[in-house]
Design a protein around this ligand. Sequence first.
Ligand code: SF4
Length: 371
Amino acid sequence: MIKRRKTRKVRLGNLFIGGNAPILIQSMIKVPTSATKRVLSQIKRLEKCGCEAVRLAITGDEDVSSLKKIKKAVKIPLVADIQFHTSLAVKAIAAGADKVRLNPGNMKKKGLKEIAHLAKERGIPLRIGANSGSIDLHPHLSPPPTASFREAKRWGRIEERGIAFSLVSAVNDWLKFFEDTGFFDIIISLKTPEVESTVSAYRMMAKDCNYPFHLGITEAGSGREAIVKSSLGIGILLREGLGDTIRVSLTESPEEEVKVAQEILQSLGIRFFHPEIISCPTCGRCTINLPEIVKEVKKKLIYSPLPTPHSPFKIAIMGCAVNGPGEAKEADIGIAGGKGAGLLFKKGKPIRKIKEGKLAEELLREITKTM
Ligand code: SF4
């Protein structure tokens, strides 16, 4: 069981972040907010695949008026992402944003006060984010220009810790600023493109406050590398009980971000979204075409709903008698391959033998009956 860090509970539209609320999955719209129709169709796709809050970049007045229209057309909470211009945050709140994401380091203090007052009045939270790309590294932690290679290497390690330290110190300054204005509905993000410094920063921050955390590895990239990096960074923190909302940043479709986020939460046993398919890697003992069976079952079932919402449902597809019966018994339903056939298991009991050619079809039929 993962013991979650106790945090303040912050309202986001009709949902909550932090406290005992489920860890919320977010993504970001990848077309200009002013392109209202395209945004709405992306939001529909995101809602369908399980996204729970969407962020939109607000870069000017056209985006603000589009945000107003979008807000009227959807139920999912909308997060306005604002950089540099505090006046845009004020307008986005007036247009109906359910939350505003700010990088206070690039904004004027006077405008920030106005945002805090307005957000308080409307009962919406602010995400205060620091990003390693937009903060000054702590001056005492940079290697001197005259450092030898050996010294520079040593400093390199310290500097890595320095990124975390600098992020936490920047956010702490901003927390004090917002708290002094009487604003406390805050969510914190500390972003770097590296696993190590991201994990260090959140661990450090957790000792300083009880605000909920938004987790993510920023600019993670695309494909396999990005998924591994994000899963490690977000996964390590979630396993330690840190993190209340997550966004997987991928240079891919936002739906892909949501699916990876769901996999991270499901792999850690935190939330369950769809059936889990366990299959062996196959080896010289496997005499059935297991990859084909897995492909077929996965195609039909991977994102189908769970028979009992929020409860795990495991399907095991195993190649032979070595680990097959054991895994198949542990799963809700499974097969263990044999010579030209497979043994079907249901709720831990062997049911019947099925010829190899019919394995995928029969397994799917049994699963559908169960679901
Ligand atoms: S279950 Fe059997 S076929 Fe699959 S990897 Fe293990 S030993 Fe090999």
